[in-house]
Design a protein around this ligand. Sequence first.
Ligand code: HEM
Length: 579
Amino acid sequence: MLYCYVPIVFFSLVAWQGLKFYKNYKAAQEIGFPMLASPIDKLNRFWLLTKDFLTPLLRRLPFGLGEFSQRAYMGWNFPDFYKTHARLKSDAFTIVTPGELEVYIADPESAEDILKRAQTDFVKSPALYDILNFLGQNVNTTNGMTWQRHRRITTPPFNERNSAVVWQESLKQTREVLEFWEELGNVRTTTDDSMTLALHVLTAASLGVKYSFRESLTSKPQTTSGYTLTYRDALNTIIRNMGLAILFRMVEKLQIPKAMLPAKMKKMKLALDEFHRYLTQMVKDERVAIATTGNTGLTTDKANLMSVLLRSSDQAKAKANLEATLGEESPTNIAYLSDEEVYGNLFVYNVAGHDTTANTISYAVILLAIYPEWQEWISEEVDKVFSEGVGKDTGQWDYEKSFPKLRKCQAIMFETLRLYSPVVSVPRYTAHSRQTLSVNGKSYDIPPHTNIFVNVAALHTNPGYWGDDALTWRPSRWITKSTSLDEDTVIKAQPPGVFIPWISGPRVCPGKKFAQVEFVAVIAAMMSSWRVGIVREGAETQEQSRIRALQIVQNSKVEFTLKMKKPNGVGLKWIRKSR
Ligand code: HEM
């Protein structure tokens, strides 16, 4: 009997999806942007589980019937760049799906406007961000007053004093990495090692925990009793497989018994559970340390994300409790973080602050090896900045004096982020209200429950702004002559909305300076005494090896953030620069 219901259920589902699609089509027509259609909602769970298998089959369908599948996943904007906008001759277009309506924007002024109105009009969609609530709600996933509370409490550690720690730790890690790479001869682990380097910088600056790069390679990791993984391995397993971690959270809701999970998912579950336990223990230990030493966490060398989160949370909690005991009529609004929220924020800062910077370093290093002329370009600047006094002894390099002068190193970072931005599109949501948006000077009405994507990859490569060589990696486009007598060159300022790897407005990335300081320290230290080249394969010429390496760089895809699919395909050789 049951089999009779199967076709009924199937056709009802199809009809329901068709109805939703039609409703969205009418809404998209009313907005007035050019339209594209997709019969699939990219957040549909069945699609998420099967898309890797189905997409190649769909692409083979005749008459371009499966063409929509190119845009049916998060992050399709790379390597589409500005192409779809150019084809539709519009800085805005709509994709109609049976899920929620999607609008893509590549007009710099509208992009800026959307990002500025992040607190009220264009918020973060719960459907997209709730899944990132690993271990607890956090600054990245919340909206409104809750977000303000998270932001107020979590950002103070990212100050100038912290930048000096980031600078010193980045230089130290780079010295160790380079010694290791010199010994290796043929380095195929640029991305993995950059991840380790960035993780060590982050744990030093945010948790006050220091690791040695060399020891992390040679010594067998010591697991704490009762754990299978070390803290670092648990975090690494999660961060290097964020796509899987997100999928695990979706599958977790289906309550599939652990024994039935595939091996990869079991490993992810173990990493997430143990990372949670480590954080719980670290928070407990930090509380004891604060109580016994009276360390405020704000004015001493021990100021780090963990101590600041706990201290400001605990103080605010104590104040609220006192007000409640005194029977005050309107006790302070909750101004602290619950323990779960502390874990959630520690997790998100670890993920956001590690993977993004590490990948930017690894893209830049491989691009420098492909285009060695830019190595000379930076080296000239580094030699000039450190010509007096400390010279090549990076252990003596001073953050405050040198960082602002290393403009070419900053240009390398900006140019790398322009083409290989970790976040290729920024999703926002109109929630329950209708919003007016001006695009290229004309006003449009955006309906409620619309996902509006600021198309970062398109903005960064619009030939109308960046010129005919928009897709070429050319760091010198960032340097211009200074009008001041004190400096001969400066970084070229861009108009608002044109270059937004860290976005802008109230939700601008709080780790922007952190990432810049780390990147500049690493690249300057590398180029002060070293040169890097591509290791040729077989009978390859130098030119062929560069073309191959560039293909590997361009063969990237978004897995939480943008990454090369096969970074280990490029072998690099590091040699000391002759004095
Ligand atoms: C090259 C390096 C980096 C890039 C390109 C980058 C980019 C971004 C972008 C585009 C966002 C906005 C995402 C959205 O609203 O959906 C963001 C948010 C965030 N980033 Fe970064 N980031 C970098 C490094 C860092 C670092 C080093 C940290 C911390 C140490 C960090 C912590 C965060 C946090 C906590 C948020 C959420 C802020 C909020 O929503 O209020 N990021 N980042």
